[in-house]
Design a protein around this ligand. Structure first.
Ligand code: PLP
Length: 294
């Protein structure tokens, strides 16, 4: 949905000692043009972003999102973000969100071509209504990502663990899933290992255990997955990051795609074949994910 709030951020150096970064923020008209046509974010997708869920004005897991923004910046050789400054930008954006669910986006771009500095901005918008998907669930297809699970280590320039603005491939995978009669995709490495979805992390329930694909294989470390693991661990369930063969997804007790805005969407079928779901557990995970989390 269209943004109802936008803030241009003049990025501060990481060692800036100010307590108040108001002077570095410029409120923008979210419906008016704001970026230079020479922006490398639009020309090359050269930049990074975060999407933060907001519930009734409370931005969820801000520290984890800012940590990942810093991690993505390091992988992309972008200047380290000043986390205090970005936190204040998030607070401003959250103050512009009313009741219900919203999404704050943080964007740090390489800037304009030959320009002196990166461009940074934050937006806030109403979130799409995901209630149906959380209850009804989603059918997924397994899609080959075309790279093996060792590629992240061997070829760091692929930026596999960074949340970059280059999501064209991820969007193409979702379109392919739709062509195959499913709602979403789960990427599999060329050596047959489960990875992640184009916009979500994968969590499997195997008996009492909750398992997610190991982050080292070139996937994003999801803030929602971390939160779900803390929640189920507090209830006594063992949790683990593992290398999981693709076939395992067909023999789970339950599985979910989890992300900051859609939250926990139960997987109902893999490549057209049904898998078990747990309605009660899914509802309790989403209740937890909708409660204020820091
Ligand atoms: N993996 C990918 C590729 C994503 O794009 C996302 C979120 O957009 C996630 C995982 C889940 O991350 P988070 O839970 O922090 O939203």
């Amino acid at each position: 949905m269209a943004a109802h709030f936008a803030l241009l951020i003049d990025p501060a150096a990481p060692d800036d000692l100010r307590d108040d970064f108001a002077a570095t923020f410029t409120a923008l008209d979210p419906s008016a043009p704001a970026l230079s046509v020479s922006e490398l974010s639009t020309q090359r997708g050269d930049g990074i972003f975060e999407s933060i869920g907001v519930v009734d004005g409370h931005p969820q897991e801000v520290a984890a999102h800012l940590e990942r923004l810093a991690h993505s910046a390091a992988l992309c050789d972008l200047p380290a973000p000043h986390l205090g400054q970005w936190r204040q930008a998030v607070e401003r954006a959250a103050a512009a969100c009313g009741a219900g669910e919203s999404v704050i986006k943080l964007i740090l771009s390489r800037g304009v071509e030959h320009g002196p500095a990166p461009t940074a901005w934050a937006t806030a918008a109403r979130a799409a209504d995901n209630t149906g998907v959380r209850e009804r669930g989603i059918r997924v297809v397994l899609l080959d990502r075309g790279i093996d699970s060792g590629a992240a280590d061997r070829a760091p320039w692929l930026l596999l663990g960074a949340k970059t603005l280059s999501y064209a491939v991820n969007m193409a995978a979702i379109r392919e899933a739709h062509r195959r009669g499913a709602d979403d995709a789960v990427f599999v490495s060329s050596d047959g290992i489960l990875l992640e979805a184009p916009t979500a992390s994968l969590i499997l329930q195997l008996g009492e255990r909750f398992v997610t694909p190991a982050v080292g294989s070139g996937i994003l470390h999801g803030t929602t997955q971390i939160s779900v693991f803390e929640h189920v661990a507090a209830q006594g369930h063992p949790t683990a990051y593992e290398i999981v063969p693709a076939e395992k997804l067909r023999t789970v007790d339950a599985a979910w795609l989890v992300s900051s805005v859609r939250l926990a969407a139960p997987i109902t079928a893999v490549d057209g074949v049904g898998i078990p779901t747990d309605r009660e557990l899914t509802a309790s995970l989403n209740r937890y994910l909708l409660s204020p989390r820091d």
